[in-house]
Design a protein. Structure first.
Length: 336
């Protein structure tokens, strides 16, 4: 799967601009599903028919965090606004790739040592800028006009057991669902694979994707912040390499007890390592499905991830492979 993970993570498709990654996913799955459609919001929904009459939906959001050009000064330096949870501290010194193909470097303002020090302490989108090498407002406006979207300019790195890339959130889940589609031959239930848009700006795509399908169960596949680095969050105990994490709750939702129990039962039956996750912040598309129409039983299967929302998110390859095994087994077993 490593080549597939590299392929999907290196695509630049921030929230609201998911066209490139959607077309790539279609090419990967079209020969392995019974059908697919793209809705008016941009969600890609594919399906494989089963025999039970029940419906299981697996979700992975296609979008990634990013930035958008909000203003250009007289010398051609860009001001930007975040798309999703982007920290100016993480941005500083990084390269940004804009959808026009232009690459820029993020810097910080400061007319004196004191001002620079103060700006570094209180870093914000008000005092950072992007330098694309332009020398005037007019030149910059041609290269990256106001409204141009951008993402981290970072590539995939195979560290053996650990994999590092931008956009593991949530392209690692896209890769997992693609692999499930390729390996799954005889699903018991009707399986819907929803590759959704704009999760990073408010769980936008999920409720739309689930509205017409109204599955019996929905499982969002997403990353979760890895708390296993030095001096990390002591209130959370899941780790990289100990299996995909079955979410109990996060700040946005509480997982359906049915979903939690079913995932754990299947994992134990097939001796697939797993762990439980109680996340003290954040949220996933599970909430979007929970509040769709009359409500959908939903939960989340998470891939523990270090350095989330940075250019270099890290996952464990065994966790990824075991997530594929668990979801494939669930599809074959059926939700009951």
């Amino acid at each position: 799967m490593k080549e597939l993970i590299k392929k999907v993570t290196e695509v630049c498709s921030p929230s609201g601009r998911e066209d490139k990654i959607r077309e790539m996913i279609i090419e990967e799955i079209k020969d392995f599903v019974d059908g697919y459609k793209v809705d008016r919001l941009g969600n890609l929904v594919a399906w494989k028919k089963g025999s039970s009459g029940k419906k299981l939906l697996l979700d992975a959001h296609m979008d990634e965090i990013g930035v958008v050009v909000s203003n250009i000064d007289d010398k051609g330096f860009l001001k930007i606004e975040m798309i999703g949870g982007v920290s100016p501290y993480i941005l500083l010194g990084t390269r940004i790739r804009f959808e026009t193909g232009v690459i820029g470097v993020v810097g910080v303002e400061g007319e004196s040592g004191k001002e620079l020090q103060e700006n570094m302490k209180g870093l914000s989108f008000d005092n950072i800028f992007v330098d694309i090498g332009a020398t005037s407002r007019e030149e910059a406006g041609k290269l990256a006009p106001v409204g141009t979207f951008g993402t981290y300019d970072a590539t995939f790195y195979d560290a053996g057991k650990r994999l590092i890339s931008k956009a593991m959130d949530d392209r690692i889940a896209c890769a997992i669902l693609i692999q499930v589609a390729k390996e799954l031959k005889n699903p018991k239930d009707d399986i819907y694979l929803a590759f959704t848009v704009q999760e990073e700006v408010g769980l936008v795509g999920a409720s739309v994707a689930g509205f017409d399908i109204m599955p019996d169960m929905a499982i969002a596949v997403d990353i979760t912040g890895g708390p296993d680095t030095p001096k990390s969050y002591k209130r959370m105990g899941f780790e990289l390499g100990k299996g995909p994490a079955i979410k109990i709750k996060d700040r946005a939702s509480v997982s359906s007890s049915w979903v939690v129990k079913k995932l754990a039962e299947v994992a134990e039956k097939y001796k697939i390592p797993y762990q439980y996750e109680v996340l003290i912040f954040g949220g996933t598309n599970a909430r979007g499905y929970q509040v769709t129409r009359s409500g959908i039983a939903a939960g989340t299967l998470s891939i523990p991830t270090r350095y989330a929302h940075t250019p270099h998110e890290m996952v464990d390859y065994d966790d990824v492979l075991n997530a594929v095994k668990l979801l494939k087994a669930l599809c074959e077993e059926g939700i009951g």
